[in-house]
Ligand binder design. Structure first.
Ligand code: MAN
Length: 351
């Protein structure tokens, strides 16, 4: 695919933290990024991940937000000089002895952004729903929206000290969100639902995270009779293709889009330097566990300043792909900071 076919929106980033008011006075919005979206009644609705932090009380301390058991916002304080912890990754605090993440530096929740033209968005002043105080005590992340049987289903990461699992929620109008619950236990994320049943079953792509030394963090496929009970799990595609840009791990990005040639799936691929690029897969329409085609080179890489530098630099992270005439419109998180838009002609993408 030619780089010239990729038309990043001239107004990028289309949504920045400046457009978002904090959840409360103690918090500061540090980013609005990975977002799941859909068309409804001529508008585009994006459910966006926002990340908020506390301002530092002193140069030597880090105060991190999390949900308390009673559902209120609470905090934990770390001394930056405390040698038990590694603060080198801006996103997490890691205990050196156990190599475990003991806290996230920010708390993520979801905000709705609405637009008539897909470029100018209004962001709601309150969260779509608050994280569950137990299974989401460290926040909710990376929503994907699938329009299915006239409703909109949200798959997202539920994060707590017990791990990261995949939860499901449903809305009819992007106003009231009803939780269905955790559908895949930790460690799992990057789950996307197919927008229709195939052969009488619902289908899901997901990404078990491997850290036991066997296997890789790859894309898997599962099916279900009721959207809640998932089984028939199969490994779909792996990160060890010999392509350096996706060598560390991969994960489904946006929910699959049905094309004349099959299901188009945009995914993210991560290299050994934590650089996130976008790849694409084509799956058989009637048997989506069959891969018809996969990109060898990334469809898109971090190239613009707003993609190369941010809260987590060198990151383009797609969670929405919508058909718009001959184009696929992708909304993606740029450097864990802002939301950007790019148009790619479908014909070019499938070459
Ligand atoms: C993980 C997730 C994403 C995030 C990237 C880059 O894959 O937490 O939300 O965008 O890391 O930080």
């Amino acid at each position: 695919m030619h780089n010239s076919s990729i038309r990043r929106c001239g107004a990028n980033p289309v949504i920045t933290a400046a457009a978002v008011c904090p959840t409360n006075r103690q918090m500061r919005v540090v980013g609005i990024f990975n977002c799941g979206g859909a068309y409804l009644n001529g508008k585009i609705y994006l459910v966006c991940r926002i990340a908020e932090m506390f301002d530092p009380v002193s140069e030597n301390t880090l105060v991190v937000p999390c949900m308390g058991r009673d559902g209120s916002l609470t905090s934990e304080t770390f001394e930056l000089s405390d040698s038990r912890y590694d603060f080198s990754d801006k996103r997490v605090i890691v205990e050196r002895r156990t190599k475990k993440t003991v806290a996230l530096t920010s708390l993520s929740t979801f905000r709705l952004a609405v637009s008539d033209d897909g470029i100018h968005f209004t962001v709601s002043p309150a969260p779509c729903f608050l994280p569950d105080p137990v299974s989401e005590a460290w926040g909710t992340e990376d929503p994907r929206v699938t329009g299915l049987e006239g409703r909109f289903y949200l798959t997202y990461s539920s994060v707590s000290r017990d791990g990261v699992g995949v939860s499901l929620c449903v809305t009819d109008d992007f106003s009231v969100f009803t939780r269905i619950g955790m559908i895949l236990p930790p460690a799992n994320k990057d789950a996307v639902l197919f927008p229709e049943k195939i052969g009488g079953n619902y289908y899901l792509l997901h990404r078990p995270t491997m850290d036991c030394g066997i296997g890789d963090s790859d894309i898997w496929i599962a099916d279900s009779p009721d959207l809640v009970h998932w089984g028939n799990h199969r490994h779909l595609c792996g990160c060890h293709t010999g392509n350096v840009w996706e060598e560390q791990k991969i994960g489904a990005g946006a929910p699959p889009v049905l094309t004349d040639r099959g299901w188009l799936v945009l995914y993210h691929g991560v290299d050994m330097h934590d650089r996130y690029s976008i790849g694409a897969l084509l799956l058989d329409r009637d048997n989506p566990s069959t891969i018809l085609w996969r990109t060898e080179h990334p469809v898109m890489e971090p190239e613009m300043p707003y993609e190369k530098s941010g809260f987590f630099s060198q990151t383009v992270f797609p969670c929405t792909a919508l058909k718009a005439g001959r184009d696929i419109v992708i909304y993606y998180g740029a450097a864990d900071n802002s939301i950007c838009r790019v148009n790619i002609p479908l014909e070019e993408l499938l070459v």
